[in-house]
Design a protein around this ligand. Structure first.
Ligand SMILES: C[S@@+](CC[C@H](N)C(=O)[O-])C[C@H]1O[C@@H](n2cnc3c(N)ncnc32)[C@H](O)[C@@H]1O
Length: 269
């Protein structure tokens, strides 16, 4: 690929999704975009990029952008944040909202649904403590395809083995042939929506708890700061933000500050 083509495609992907594609990650273009080139009847990436430049086809641009996203996820990822959510973050929030019995949680990069469903199961396991509560769990993502998969709640044996404890698997999933489908009562607790974190977040409403995990790592510092500032606007004073293990607000945003003793958890600054 010529340096001009690399510049064209990486600029386009960054402006559409925030993903920074450095030259050492150029190999990702080959593996992720070749299937699209083939589908278009084109011989390779050079022809695909030439076609994109010439046609400026919005559908193709969206397809290319989505193909470049990394959708890696698993149930109860890193486990500690979920323990913190259950044992330390939720109890004071539930206590403060005991009158309204209203709680809103947002998974801002929900991918194939493992994160929002892990939260839904965790809440369901609280039993009587949340009985009578109106709880919204909203999962958003930039990839239409991955949201479709998330909505089905259907996972392979390999996917459920990654993080889902056996007793919760047997309790909350039905086995169908080779796959496992999350039970309807858990699936219904999560609402999925398309949302690009680079765009306007108006209309989503406010959230007591936000999981924005393992997506900011793909953005540059300026984009991280802008996204965090927008997220902060949707949260009440006592709202809690969860970031991924390799992410932090330090040095990129003054909207949030770390919660001492709770790694990966942040509160409004
Ligand atoms: C690595 S997955 C993280 C999934 C989950 N949060 C976890 O930690 O397991 C990153 C997700 O971010 C989504 N994503 C990337 N850029 C985005 C953007 N600009 N707006 C919304 N979602 C985005 C990708 O489609 C992908 O599903």
């Amino acid at each position: 690929m010529s340096p001009q083509d690399f510049e064209y495609i990486s600029t386009l992907i960054k402006s559409r999704s925030g993903l920074v594609l450095t030259p050492d990650k150029a190999y990702l273009l080959e593996s992720r975009l070749m299937p699209i080139a083939r589908k278009q009847g084109l011989k390779g990436l050079d022809e695909l990029i030439a076609s994109m430049r010439a046609r400026r086809d919005e559908t193709l641009t969206v397809e290319v952008t989505e193909a470049m996203t990394t959708n890696e996820s698993f149930f109860f990822r890193d486990i500690k944040p979920f323990d913190l959510l259950r044992d330390e973050v939720l109890p004071p929030i539930l206590e403060k909202r005991a009158q309204q019995k209203r709680l809103r949680i947002w998974c801002a990069a929900a991918s194939s649904g493992q994160e929002p469903y892990s939260i839904a199961i965790l809440l369901k396991e609280l039993g009587a403590k949340i009985s009578g509560w109106k709880i919204d769990i909203v999962g958003t993502d930039i990839s239409h395809d991955i949201l479709k998969k998330a909505s089905t709640g259907q996972y392979s044996q390999f996917e459920v083995q990654r993080g889902m404890p056996i007793q919760l698997l047997l309790k909350y999933f039905d086995k169908t042939d080779e796959s496992w489908t999350i039970k309807a009562d858990i699936r219904k607790m999560v609402q999925y929506k398309y949302l690009n974190l680079l765009e306007n977040l108006n209309g989503l409403g406010n959230f007591d708890i936000v999981f924005c995990r393992n997506v900011l790592i793909y953005f540059d510092a300026e984009t991280k700061g802008t996204v965090l500032k927008r997220i902060a606007k949707l949260m009440p004073e006592d709202g809690m933000l969860f970031l991924g293990g390799a992410e932090t607000v330090l040095g990129v945003s003054d909207s949030f500050k770390p919660v001492p003793g709770k790694r990966g958890v942040y509160t409004l600054a």
